[in-house]
Structure formats: structure tokens, C-alpha cells
Design a binder for this molecule. Structure first.
Ligand SMILES: NC(=O)c1ccc[n+]([C@@H]2O[C@H](COP(=O)([O-])OP(=O)(O)OC[C@H]3O[C@@H](n4cnc5c(N)ncnc54)[C@H](OP(=O)(O)O)[C@@H]3O)[C@@H](O)[C@H]2O)c1
Length: 266
């Protein structure tokens, strides 16, 4: 009987874990979000686009926290790929936990193409539209049906919706739209006790933008000089904020844009 009780307890423990979906978890900010959420004992599903090997490495890192992790391919520039990603997620959940449902959705995946307004081509604009707005909108829309009561949606925006830097227009416009989308999500999902918030990072030293926030000394100096805390952001500065927003303590934060930039361009 005690063994039996033990099994019940273990099952309860297993089932009590929540599941977070993080798009773009193979590198940069998404990887840190994955690791921080795993540290908080949430099971993880994340996406990669081009870097399967890096995704596999992240899965290995996650294992040390004793939670489950899996990664599926997702190209946010292709709406069909989003549908396939979601189907893989639902199938995986159903097979492993007997329900397709999950708890947290973090829309993080993305890359930037930068050009002055006068030089921006329609194709570039459409790529930004697909990756940073359409895919976020429709992945969220389709996933919502499977989100548990009291779930959390966190959309990753950018400091560039508050201040302007030359060459960032098509990227920043989509992030602004995602911020508006987030407010609508918060309003419409309140009855399911689901919150929706934006995390808007400042300049962070990742592979993003050709890795220039990390590798270009001139750019780093500029960022340091316009940031109150006097340094370039690191991916670790963001991951913990996202996991906090998924915690019980953050349950009353809703419909907000939280900038995490060390005080950039104040
Ligand atoms: N770094 C910054 O300064 C900064 C500032 C503000 C906001 N952000 C935002 O933060 C998010 C993450 O950026 P990051 O700095 O972590 O960039 P990163 O280090 O370049 O990582 C990008 C992540 O997104 C995935 N990804 C790239 N293109 C994709 C596509 N077409 N479809 C699906 N997934 C794709 C990558 O997958 P693979 O590894 O498989 O290629 C990777 O997991 C982005 O939304 C970005 O706009 C970044």
C-alpha cells in the first residue's frame, strides 16, 4: 500500500507540472526563457528554425532540472509551418500526458531585417510582417483552444516601439502591433483567467541583428552610453522576467508592457 501511495503521489507530482511553449528556444533570449522556466519545474516545449543541434543541446541542459523537454521545427515566416508545429505539440502532449492542453505560450521567435524607410523593399516588409505579427497572431489564435484556465501569454516585443532608431521601421512596426494584440488578448481572455503581457527587451547581446549587440564594440559603446545601467543587456536579463510572469506571484499583472532594458533611452 505505501508503494501504491507513493506511485499516486509521484503521478500527482508529475501531473502538477505545467507546460510552457516557447517559440525560438534554441538560442538567445528563448534559450534563457526555457532554462528559467525549467528551473521553476515547468515542462518545456520549444521551437527551433535552423539550429536543430542547438535545440538538442538546450534539451540536454533542461534535463538537469528534472522536467520534460522537447523541440519541434517552426518557421515563423510560413503560416503552414506554425500549424504543423502546433499539431506536433498537441500530439506530443496527448501522447505523454493524455491531454493536448498546456499552460504558457511565449511568442519569442524572430529575427530582424534592417533598412531605412527609403530603402525597405516589400519583400523585407512582408518577412517582418509574417515573422513578428501574422505568425504570432495565428499561432496564438490556434493554440488558445488548448490553453488551460489561468494560462499565461507573453509576447516578446522590443524597446524600439517606445523609441526610434534609424533602419528599424518594418521590424518595430510589427512589434508595436503585437503590443496592441496583447491588450486585446488580455481583454478577451479575462473570462478564462488567462493573462497576456508584453516583455520588451532593450538591446541584448545575442545572435540577433548579426550579433552586433555582442560583437561590435562601437555599437556596444553607443548602447552603454544610452542605457542608465551602463551596459548592454544579456539574455539572462530577460529569461527570469518571463518565468516570473508565469509564476503565481505575477497573476495580477495583465495587459501590460514590461520593458526590460536597463533603462535604455530614458
Ligand atoms: N537581441 C535583442 O537585442 C532583442 C531586443 C528586443 C527584442 N528582441 C526579440 O527577442 C526575440 C529573440 O531574439 P534573440 O535576441 O534571442 O535572437 P537570436 O539569438 O537570433 O535567436 C532567435 C531565435 O528565434 C528563432 N528564429 C529565427 N528566425 C526564425 C523564424 N523565421 N521562424 C521561427 N523561429 C525563428 C531562432 O531559431 P534557430 O536557432 O533555429 O535559428 C532562435 O531560436 C525576437 O523576437 C527579437 O525580435 C531581441
Amino acid at each position: 500500500m505505501p508503494e501504491f501511495c507513493g506511485v499516486i503521489l509521484n503521478e500527482e507530482k508529475m501531473n502538477s507540472k505545467k507546460t510552457a511553449i516557447v517559440t525560438g528556444g534554441s538560442r538567445g533570449l528563448g534559450r534563457e526563457m526555457v532554462l528559467n522556466l525549467a528551473k521553476e519545474q515547468h515542462n518545456i516545449i520549444f521551437s527551433y528554425n535552423s539550429q536543430k543541434k542547438k535545440a538538442d543541446e538546450v534539451i540536454e541542459e533542461v534535463k538537469q532540472f528534472g522536467v520534460d523537454a522537447v523541440a519541434f521545427h517552426y518557421d515563423a515566416n510560413d503560416l503552414k509551418s506554425g500549424e504543423e508545429f502546433l499539431q506536433n505539440v498537441l500530439k506530443y502532449q496527448e501522447e505523454n500526458y493524455g491531454t493536448p492542453n498546456f499552460d504558457f505560450l511565449i511568442n519569442n521567435a524572430g529575427t530582424g531585417t534592417f533598412n531605412l524607410v527609403k530603402d525597405t523593399e516589400e519583400e523585407q516588409f512582408d518577412t517582418m510582417l509574417n515573422i513578428h505579427l501574422k505568425s504570432v497572431y495565428f499561432l496564438t489564435q490556434k493554440a488558445l483552444k488548448y490553453m488551460n484556465q489561468s494560462g499565461r501569454i507573453i509576447n516578446i516585443s522590443s524597446g524600439l516601439t517606445r523609441f526610434s532608431l534609424p533602419g528599424m521601421s518594418s521590424y518595430a512596426i510589427m512589434k508595436s502591433a503585437v503590443e496592441t494584440f496583447t491588450k486585446y488578448l488580455a481583454k478577451e481572455l479575462g473570462e478564462r483567467k488567462i493573462t497576456a503581457n508584453v516583455v520588451a527587451p532593450g538591446a541584448i547581446a545575442t545572435d540577433f541583428a548579426g550579433g552586433t549587440n555582442r560583437d561590435n564594440l562601437e555599437k556596444r559603446t553607443i548602447i552603454e552610453n544610452i542605457t542608465a545601467l551602463g551596459r548592454v543587456g544579456e539574455a539572462e536579463d530577460i529569461g527570469g522576467v518571463v518565468s516570473f510572469l508565469c509564476s503565481e506571484k505575477a497573476g495580477w499583472i495583465n495587459g501590460q508592457r514590461i520593458e526590460v532594458s536597463g533603462g535604455m533611452v530614458l
